[in-house]
Design a protein around this ligand. Sequence first.
Ligand code: NAI
Length: 476
Amino acid sequence: MENFDICVIGGGPAGYVAALKSALNGMKIAIIEKDKLGGTCLNRGCIPTKVLYSKAKFLNSLKSGVSGFHIDKYNYSYEDIINYKDEVVSTLVGGVSKLLKARNVSIFNGAAFIVSAPDKKNNISGVIKIQENNNNGELEISASNVIIATGSSPAMIPAFHIDHSNIITSDEILNIKSIPKDIAIIGAGVIGCEFANIFNEFGSKVTMLELLPSILSTEDKEISKFTNKILASKDIEIKTSIEVDNISAEDKGAIVLLKTGEKINAEKVLVSIGRILNTNNLGLKEIGVELDSKGKIKTDVHNETNIAGIYACGDIIDGPMLAHKASYDGIIASENIAGRKREKNYSVLPWSIYVNPPIGTVGMKEGDKELENIKYRVGRFSYGANGMALAMEEKEGFLKVITEEETGKIIGATGIGADMPELIAEITAIMHFNGTIKDAEFTIHSHPTLSEIVPEAVLDSIGEAIHKYNPRMFKK
Ligand code: NAI
């Protein structure tokens, strides 16, 4: 039986990054993936949706016009767009495979089952069984350490009768070859809002049905309202505080029956109500890996489980289900296996939501429980007052920054506007280094750039934004 230093189970952004990093750390690695390398992010999530997002954004510019241009006629083929999306995906998936091979990582295609855990005290490796794809049979390998990185899948509810044809999840929607005349989206969270924006731009009549009183309910309230306003202004119908009773497939579509008795007909119904953890059939129970009350694998600050030598990363452990968080988890596990004690810390973890314009957030936001015991100030700056934003005709949006009153430290930021995720990247870096208002002020920003919004919003928290009139400061 071939023995490895680390066996990584799952080839998504947690697993493949852990494998690449561990190979750099000089380890002998096996990675087991039952589907495609790259996981949800590359194949069914972040990347393919961003191809559709950027095409939808381009289409929006064509439709809504750009000053000085008179576009009389344009045409597009959605099928070609899907083909381009597939090209991007296969380039990136191929790249991951090449990188792994170049670092001598052994790639196994199949489903893994942990037969026995490593026994660190007696220096005995764990055994992992692989049910190889394409009926290639079973094989076993052994490893001194195991990193579990099996991710998550779209949540299903029996009454929603997902048939993967007319009633679909985010997995299938990326592959439909033509734009549906109408689409009902159940769940107005991150996935629901991203697809509502995309399909609306491509001409579908979109209806969103959300159980809670607001869309994007975990975001800052102002951002949620602003996004609602933008989506509604594009004629997306948004119904909140709605209970869906059941969904049934028809020949040419589906019917969504609400608890009120109202029926909604649509060619496609997208169910985007959250994700479930891929923790079954791995042998976790058999070897005694502990789970928390939500079914997530319990890990310590090193991403090690209750069993020495077994690590877990990504969606299946605590923290948000985000690709970059998963990769960070992978690096933490990899570093600890290499003997460099590194503790994870999610307090400066950014995220983005690609509606048009996009949303970005990092750290704390107004309404968070943690802010209740902190004296803080909020600064804001709008895109309408930034030269580059006006030049780009991107005047919609704003950035809000939270600073701590006592120390001037930047402790959170959220905003919506062109390239907001990139602006948030700068604030993330400042926060990573415990930066303050002064750090943002004295970082020289190139002009003209959207990034100039960052110091202005930060300084506004103390009423000192340069390009903003603050009536409080100059009372006559
Ligand atoms: P989500 O948790 O963001 O949103 C699900 C929504 O469905 C919630 O608003 C919830 O109230 C609603 N809901 C639940 N049950 C419902 C029901 N029976 N009827 C109507 N509404 C119902 O989950 P989503 O959008 O599926 O995304 C899953 C995960 O994927 C997220 O946690 C996110 O972290 C990740 N993701 C991240 C992206 C990004 O970073 N840009 C993009 C897409 C997904």
